[in-house]
Structure formats: structure tokens, C-alpha cells
Design a protein around this ligand. Structure first.
Ligand SMILES: Cc1cc2nc3c(=O)[nH]c(=O)nc-3n(C[C@H](O)[C@H](O)[C@H](O)COP(=O)(O)O)c2cc1C
Length: 206
């Protein structure tokens, strides 16, 4: 292992090359590829292995309805939220495929009964665990997409209208996690630069 050449490591290359893409060509994403993305997301680690995520696949008219919903709701927000919502609507419209992600709350129920600690603390803890688990699933999906030449963007701004989104997805009791347009990039992006990792790390040494 210490002598292994990692400069050609495919996983590391994919992690580094993933960038958020917000405009897509009209090229369709076949169902076999969609299944691969969903399976990759579903392979994520999850607290208590509760796999709290649910995925919602939108194409065609339904996907356009979602874009219209986001556009119409954007009007009640001040700038810059209204602008970001309209940008999100444009990405949804442009992508051939959109995947919504919501949590079910099952882990919260399961954990609160299991732990028998103060209810509020248990709720906070397991809600956080659900969110973190689903975030891992979304990232798996983004990386799998990158690895097969697809482009994605994680749309968190829709949290501002999360009740409308959850109603639209038919999961009104769920917790909004993400909406991810998926397709082929209209143009590639090198994305914003990452800060050097050194400034993010503190080595706790003796
Ligand atoms: C939780 C989360 C929410 C995000 N929400 C949005 C969003 O609503 N709209 C958007 O255009 N990009 C969104 N992004 C993408 C970020 O803007 C992007 O990841 C960041 O600028 C770094 O660029 P990169 O993904 O190309 O590395 C989100 C990313 C994450 C992780």
C-alpha cells in the first residue's frame, strides 16, 4: 500500500472532477443509468442502517410541473432567494431527469423508542442522523453520475418551499433533503476553487 501509485486512482479522480452543473442538453438519461444512480445512492451508510431516504423520479410533464411550481412560489421571496429559486426552476426544466430525496422519519421513531433518553434530545439526535445518512446517499448519487459522464446539481434552495415540494412528491410527512437535476452538461465547469485542505485541518497531537 505505501508504494501504491494513487495518481491514477479512479475513485479519487471522480471525487475531484465532480462539479455542480446547472444547465443540461436535451439528451435523455436511459432507465438503466437511472437505476445505477439510485442503487449507488441506496448503498450509502445510514445510522442504525435505517436507510431513511426515499427517492422520487421525475421526467417529462411532471418534471415541468415541478419547475412551474418552483417558479410560481419564487415570487413571494425577496432577492436573492427569489433569484436562486428561479435558477433552480431553470435547472429542473433543462434536465431530462430530476431526482427528489426526502427522509421518512423512521429512524427518528425507531431511535427515540430505542434510546429512552429525553425525548427532545433523542429527536434532535436521530433527525440529525437521518439528514446525515441521506446526505451520504445524495453524494453517492452525484459521484456515480460523475463517473458515467453525467452532470448534476444538488438543489437545497427548495427547502424554502419544502412543504410545497413534499406535497408535490406525495410525501407530506417527510423531511425535504434535496432535488437533483441529472443530465448531460451543456458546458463543462471547473467550478469554484476549493480552499486548501490544510486550513481546514487541525492535527490534535501529543
Ligand atoms: C446542501 C447543498 C445545497 C445546495 N444547494 C444549491 C442550490 O440550491 N442551488 C445551486 O445552484 N447549487 C446548490 N448547491 C451546489 C453548491 O452551490 C456547490 O456545490 C458549490 O458552489 C461548490 O461547487 P461544486 O459543487 O461545483 O464543487 C448545493 C450544494 C449542497 C451540498
Amino acid at each position: 500500500m505505501p508504494n501504491e501509485d494513487l495518481s491514477n486512482n479512479e475513485t479519487l479522480r471522480i471525487i475531484e472532477s465532480r462539479r455542480s452543473i446547472r444547465a443540461f442538453t436535451k439528451q435523455n438519461v436511459p432507465d438503466e443509468i437511472l437505476r445505477i444512480l439510485l442503487k449507488a445512492a441506496n448503498e450509502a451508510p445510514s445510522a442504525h442502517n435505517q436507510q431513511p431516504w426515499r427517492f422520487f423520479v421525475l421526467r417529462g410533464r411532471k418534471k415541468e410541473d415541478l419547475a412551474h411550481l418552483v417558479n410560481s412560489r419564487s415570487a413571494v421571496f425577496p432577492k436573492p432567494s427569489s433569484t436562486l429559486l428561479r435558477m433552480a426552476a431553470r435547472s429542473i426544466m433543462s434536465a431530462p431527469l430530476v431526482i427528489g430525496v426526502a427522509n421518512t422519519g423512521e429512524l427518528i421513531k425507531h431511535g427515540t423508542n430505542l434510546f429512552k433518553v429525553e425525548k427532545e434530545m433523542a429527536h434532535d439526535f436521530f433527525r440529525t442522523m437521518e439528514i446525515q445518512s441521506s446526505a451520504a446517499a445524495v453524494q453517492n448519487m452525484l459521484l456515480a453520475a460523475t463517473s458515467i459522464g453525467l452532470a448534476t446539481v444538488w438543489l437545497g434552495i427548495l427547502f424554502l418551499i419544502k412543504d410545497d415540494i413534499l406535497d408535490f412528491l406525495g410525501e407530506p410527512q417527510g423531511e425535504f433533503m434535496a432535488v437533483v437535476p441529472v443530465g448531460y452538461a451543456e458546458r463543462s465547469s471547473r467550478g469554484p476553487q476549493k480552499l486548501p485542505v490544510e486550513i481546514k485541518v487541525k492535527y490534535i497531537a501529543d
